[in-house]
Design a protein around this ligand. Structure first.
Ligand SMILES: [Ca+2]
Length: 360
């Protein structure tokens, strides 16, 4: 398979296809039309200090180390017990089970380009997408809407491997992040996210920590803000509106990534846990919650063969959470706290980013 501008199908895109094989089926009870009687519960501070006026760096942001971590931009969450997963969503979200997590702190918003640039400037770090490997030139996966009248139904034809695409050049050579200091960094592989977290003296969230944080204190609701997808007609997260993948109507005001903090914070004061970009977690992906531990769970080992096409001994997928600007009511209803998806650790894309936690 040639790398140059090839359509999805290159080895590095394999995980995306596997993930979408899981993602493609409709899920009972989670369509965009779902509306329950529960009132919307939008709480927490609003985003006046973030979004367009934000420069992308929390006050006091800078290097840390394991013994003295940097705490800028963190929100402290008390420990607690919640119901993790969903029995109404996609099959990999089952079963709902009671989970307890100890107190921890988590980034108020997704890691921004400004934050990642500070890290790279200080360390000289080179992301996976920027490194030449034996399998091809540097590059990453970019979303390209199919042309009108084209084979829109071809499996995941909207993913294009673009040589030269990386966090500084989200759409490939010629593109840039100028003016996007406050957008979430993208095209970061799992080890890139880990390296950044290490530099701060922090960690990546476990899936349980992430879901506990995303629920914002609302236990058992379908969405992070309640059971109504659009309370009072309001767009609550940066997702896709319109017919996917042909046309994003931008009803939420954004196509592609949005600056962090443009949508209401959840009940914990956290922004964009849902939508904008998917977020890496520390957990190795398994296709259900069956037999998961109940206290501070962390899935550290995979189950070979548990993911369709997973015949490669070196294959390793971790859980990503929250959905992205590419999640649509008619395609991937994964803009919910219980949603989860496998992402091959070495693959970066234009719609996966991350945030960090501090476990002390
Ligand atoms: Ca997000």
């Amino acid at each position: 398979m040639a790398w140059a501008s090839s359509r999805a199908g290159a080895a590095g895109i394999l995980a995306l296809l596997l993930a979408r094989a899981i993602a493609a089926e409709p899920a009972a009870g989670v369509s965009g039309q779902v509306a329950a009687a529960t009132s919307p519960a939008v709480t927490g501070p609003q985003s006046a200090a973030l979004c367009n006026d934000y420069r992308g760096l929390p006050e006091g942001f800078g290097p840390g180390r394991a013994g003295r971590p940097n705490r800028a931009g963190l929100v402290r969450l008390a420990g607690g017990t919640f119901m993790m997963g969903s029995n109404q969503g996609y099959r990999e979200e089952r079963e709902v089970h009671r989970v307890s997590v100890a107190g921890f702190s988590i980034d108020r918003h997704e890691v921004t380009n400004a934050q990642f640039a500070t890290f790279v400037h200080a360390t000289g770090y080179l992301t996976v997408a920027e490194r030449r490997s034996t399998s091809g030139p540097p590059g990453s996966a970019v979303f390209v809407p199919p042309k009108a009248g084209g084979p829109a139904d071809a499996a995941y034809c909207w993913w294009v491997w673009v040589p030269g695409a990386d966090w500084r050049h989200p759409l490939g050579p010629g593109s840039s992040i100028a003016g996007k200091d406050n957008h979430p960094v993208v095209h970061v592989a799992y080890e890139d996210a880990k390296a950044y977290a290490d530099w701060l003296g922090r960690s990546l969230p476990t899936e349980a920590q992430w879901e506990y944080a995303a629920r914002g204190g609302l236990d058992g609701t379908a969405y992070a803000w309640g059971n109504v997808p659009h309370p009072n007609g309001r767009e609550m997260a940066n997702i896709w509106q319109g017919r996917f993948p042909q046309s994003d109507s931008k009803a939420d005001g954004h196509a592609g990534t949005a600056p962090v903090g443009c949508f209401p914070a959840n009940g914990h004061g956290l922004y964009d846990m849902i939508g904008n970009v998917w977020e890496w977690t520390e957990d190795v992906y398994r296709p259900s919650h069956i037999a998961a531990p109940a206290v501070n769970p962390l899935i550290a080992t995979r189950e070979p063969g548990s993911i369709p096409g997973d015949g490669n001994a070196a294959y390793m997928a971790r859980v990503i959470k929250g959905g992205s600007f590419l999640c649509a009511p008619d395609f991937c209803v994964r803009y919910r706290p219980a949603s989860r998806q496998p992402q091959e650790v070495s693959v970066s894309t234009i719609h996966v980013g991350f945030r960090t936690v501090l476990n002390r």
